[in-house]
Write a protein that binds this ligand. Structure first.
Ligand code: AMP
Length: 250
């Protein structure tokens, strides 16, 4: 009977279809990265986080930038935040956590994020951990950029930004000077120094960083996600060390 002859072929086709379907539906999702950068002001967190964000294709979220955006709104909240920033003091944990949680609800963060400037305290680290846990996610790596204090001071006190909010280009009086002193190469606006980049405020910020960071590092070390990176070298070399540590191929 011709039908009987076709039976093995029919079974073979069914098995092949099941195999293909299984592979299609159980295909591994791309690796998600929830990465934190820790480092004193001037350690290069922003520079390295921006680069890593491009390589991994996930957003870079700097809480300092987020707060400076809020300050521009001139609301009562903005006035409060401004007073903390100007003194080099941290925004209270509860305020920061609420703001961060609101931001992280955004769809752009579903596949990962590079956090720069948060967490800065153990309370913030615990909050972020439970927030991500609620979404079935976790911090996958923490990059701690270690830089000598005199280099930090030199890097920060020379930092300048274009005062035009639509441009905002970054410069450094020694390492990346503008062609004409105090003037932006790109748009011709004046360059300004961040109020909290002055030497007196900076000392407060570095001191605070040193006090708060140790428990934070211990927290992430316990979770085996901490990578200590020497941040004294040049931008390229440090970035290569970060990629090596995270085993990321470009
Ligand atoms: P940054 O640009 O990261 O150096 O941050 C500038 C300032 O914003 C800090 O000196 C704090 O006043 C405030 N800030 C930024 N991130 C945090 C945070 N995670 N917790 C509390 N305050 C923060």
């Amino acid at each position: 009977m011709p039908n009987m002859d076709l039976a093995p072929l029919f079974v073979l086709v069914i098995v092949a279809l099941v195999f293909v379907a299984e592979h299609l539906f159980t295909r591994k999702a791309p690796k998600q990265h929830y990465i934190v950068f820790i480092g004193a002001p001037g350690a290069g967190k922003g520079t390295q986080a921006t680069r890593l964000s491009k390589v991994l294709g996930i957003p870079h979220l700097s809480t300092g930038n987020l707060l400076r955006q809020i300050v521009k709104t001139g609301t009562p909240l903005a006035v409060t935040i401004r007073s903390y920033i100007e003194k080099g003091q941290l925004i209270p944990d509860e305020m920061l956590n609420t703001m961060l949680a609101e931001e992280l609800q955004g769809l752009e963060y579903v596949n990962g994020v590079i956090l720069d400037g948060s967490p800065r305290t153990l309370e913030q680290a615990e909050f972020i951990e439970s927030f991500l846990d609620g979404q079935g996610k976790e911090i996958t790596a923490v990059i701690n950029l270690e830089v000598n204090e005199d280099l930090l001071l030199e890097r920060i006190t020379g930092r300048r930004n274009c005062s035009n909010g639509n441009c905002g280009a970054g410069y450094h009086t020694k390492y990346m000077p503008s062609k004409k002193e105090g003037i932006c190469d790109l748009c011709g606006s004046t360059l300004a120094q961040r109020v909290d980049d002055s030497e007196s405020v900076l000392e407060e910020r570095i001191e605070r960083h040193n006090q708060r960071t140790q428990p934070l590092l211990a927290f992430y070390d316990e979770r085996s996600v901490l990578y200590n990176i020497n941040g004294n070298g040049n931008i390229e070399g440090i970035f290569d060390d970060i990629l090596d540590a995270l085993r990321i191929e470009t």
